[in-house]
Design a protein around this ligand. Structure first.
Ligand SMILES: O=C(O)CCC(=O)C(=O)O
Ligand SMILES: [Fe+2]
Length: 333
């Protein structure tokens, strides 16, 4: 069992504390994905309520083919096991938007220490001459791992489809047309991030991922069953999110928070270092950052301005301009 702990790093695992005194390992109960087909209004309501309360929701039984997940995870592990110099061949000069970003680069906004992670980014494949090629560079693929391209891009497409379903539920929760988000995200600048947090063998100031909010519309996260992910709750407590294996963690990003005038909050989250018993284990997780199409104008939804949510006065901004502003802040652009 994992204890809650405050921002100043009291112990993560409290020795001698009976399990009954601990908060649940994961604060947010899963919403069954099956409800999407059997009772869409209930699906939308349960999911939306979790997002409004926590900025996070957990989807149970996500329905992504377990064989595909195994293939993508094997390819990911095989890539990160390559020698450093081989991996660095795939480091691009485009702010990490595609390919490999080595250990020690990304630094959370306002943080002084870099994160303890390396990662690989995959974007949407566009036909030659597509107008968005200006914003969305082509993918690169490691030649050393035969199934990498096929398995990880199939996962990209599965998560893109799942994300579009989640957005239908969010639209209905917000009393918009169910297909409100369809055109804005259809060929969105979405990115699949394959993340590797190596074992944490030397103590230091750095954490696996410093506290941050995601930039995009919504994030779908696979692999959070290896403990460490926490969200910063309203009362200042860090709540662990450690879902069962067939679940996917979803959270609201800054773009959707801005569009909804904060009705759906983008909640700060982080990945803390492992407890002693898990410190020799790597952590592999896979967030899918679902984005709007680059020219989409993020402009506060009028029906999200209410007495409970007075207008925060966010100026309209395109998804592309917002992204560039935020990437500069985390030293990726
Ligand atoms: O690894 C995780 O569980 C979360 C990663 C994350 O929050 C991110 O990459 O934005
Ligand atoms: Fe994140």
């Amino acid at each position: 069992m994992y204890a809650r702990f405050g921002p100043n790093h009291p112990p993560y695992k409290v020795p001698n504390m009976p399990d009954s005194a601990m908060p649940p390992a994961s604060a947010i109960p899963p919403v069954p994905m099956a409800l999407y087909e059997t009772d869409f209004p209930a699906f939308s309501q349960n999911l939306g309520a979790a997002f409004e309360r926590y900025g996070f929701a957990v989807l149970g039984g996500h329905g992504i083919d377990p064989a595909l997940l195994d293939r993508a995870l094997s390819a990911t592990k095989a890539f990160f096991a390559l020698p450093e110099e081989t991996k660095r061949k795939y480091k691009t000069g485009i702010g990490g938007a595609r390919g490999y970003t080595p250990f020690g680069i990304e630094t959370a906004k306002g943080a002084t220490h870099h994160d303890l992670k390396e990662f690989w980014h995959i974007g949407r494949e566009l036909p030659a001459g597509h107008p968005y090629t200006e914003y969305m560079p082509p993918n690169i693929w490691p030649q050393e791992i035969a199934d990498f391209h096929a398995s990880t891009y199939a996962l990209y497409e599965a998560l893109d489809a799942l994300g579009k379903k989640v957005l239908r539920a969010i639209a209905v929760y917000l009393k918009l047309d169910a297909d409100f988000f369809e055109a804005p995200v259809n060929e969105g600048n979405s990115v699949l991030r394959l993340l590797h947090y190596p074992p944490v063998t030397t103590p230091g100031e750095s954490v696996r991922a410093g506290a941050h909010g995601d930039i995009n519309v919504i994030t779908l996260l696979l692999g959070a069953e290896e403990p460490g992910l926490q969200l910063l709750d309203r009362d200042g407590q860090w709540l662990p999110i450690t879902p069962p294996e067939d679940c996917i963690v979803c959270n609201i990003g800054d773009m959707l928070s801005r569009l909804t005038n904060g009705v759906l909050p983008s909640t700060q989250h982080r990945v803390i270092n492992p407890a002693e018993a898990r410190k020799d284990f790597a952590r592999f997780s896979t967030p899918f950052f679902l984005h709007f199409e680059p020219p989409y104008l993020i402009e506060t939804l009028p029906n999200c301005i209410t007495d409970a949510h007075p207008d925060l006065g966010a100026a309209p901004i395109t998804a592309q301009d917002f992204l560039m502003q935020r990437l500069r802040e985390i030293k990726l652009a």
